[in-house]
Design a binder for this molecule. Structure first.
Ligand code: Z5A
Length: 217
């Protein structure tokens, strides 16, 4: 079976970190060689960029600067980690990817989608996930969960209206690309969320296996 690229997306407190661990285990149980990564970050350069992006002291950062830094991190991750892994037949599981830029910098900050698309083609080498799990949770519930953690980072300091725009952009994107997105109702109890994710990933694995076998690779 050739390598595939799976991403997890969602707003604040949607449960990505929790679900990511379960998906990683599910892939590993199928004997797949899995590379787990995250954005922004995932490489030494990307993690340095992440520290700048999330630094609460840098609240004056412009939307343009933020967008370019997100793609600077992504450009490095694609070339240093994702493309080599996929070329070697490994599977890549990422906590966020370009859909987050369409949601946060596009929906949240109002950056034009066409600009983000240009960056996706250039900086992210046009790489698109094979499967994206969107963990969808009402903003108030997500913020309630996230507030249980430590001090807010620069982006977490945004108001509820910002996160409503982010959520709307994610949902709009998922509706426009149903072949790639699977939307999970992440407001349900964790056990139910994990069960639904497992079914979705199983179906994807079965489909990927049969497609690969059919292609004779
Ligand atoms: N960002 C961007 O703007 N543009 C981009 O292109 C990219 C990113 C790539 C860092 O992302 C920030 O960068 C992020 C988007 C922006 N900013 N914000 N805001 P990140 O993914 O590293 O950080 P995050 O979004 O802040 O992740 P998170 O808040 O940690 O969310 P999570 O991983 O989805 O949540 P969690 O830690 O798994 O769960 C949160 C809590 O809820 C925890 O206590 C869980 O036990 C609990 N939980 C989880 N699921 C449930 C259910 N179903 N019921 C009850 N409780 C639950």
């Amino acid at each position: 079976m050739s390598g595939k690229f799976i991403t997890l997306e969602g707003g604040e407190g949607a449960g990505k970190s929790t679900v990511l661990a379960a998906v990683r285990d599910q892939l590993a149980q199928r004997g797949l060689d899995v590379v787990v990564t995250r954005e922004p970050g995932g490489t030494p350069a990307g993690e340095a960029i992440r520290r700048v992006l999330l630094d609460p002291q840098l609240r004056g950062m412009s939307a343009e600067c933020e967008l370019l830094l997100m793609f600077a991190s992504r450009a490095q991750l694609v070339r240093e980690t994702i493309q080599p892994a996929l070329a070697a037949g490994r599977w890549v599981l990422a906590d966020r990817f370009t859909d987050a830029s369409f949601a946060y910098q596009g929906g949240g900050r109002g950056q034009p989608p066409a600009r983000i698309l240009d960056l996706e083609r250039w900086a992210a080498a046009g790489l698109t996930p094979d499967l994206t799990l969107l963990l969808d949770v009402p903003v108030a519930e997500g913020l309630r969960r996230a507030n249980g953690r430590g001090a807010a980072d620069r982006i977490e300091m945004e108001n509820a209206e910002f996160f409503e725009r982010v959520r709307a952009a994610y949902r709009h994107r998922a509706a426009a690309q149903p072949e790639r997105f699977r939307t999970i109702d992440a407001s349900r109890p964790l056990a139910e969320v994990l069960a639904q994710v497992q079914v979705v990933v199983s179906a994807f694995l079965d489909q990927s296996g049969s497609r690969t076998a059919g292609a004779g690779t």
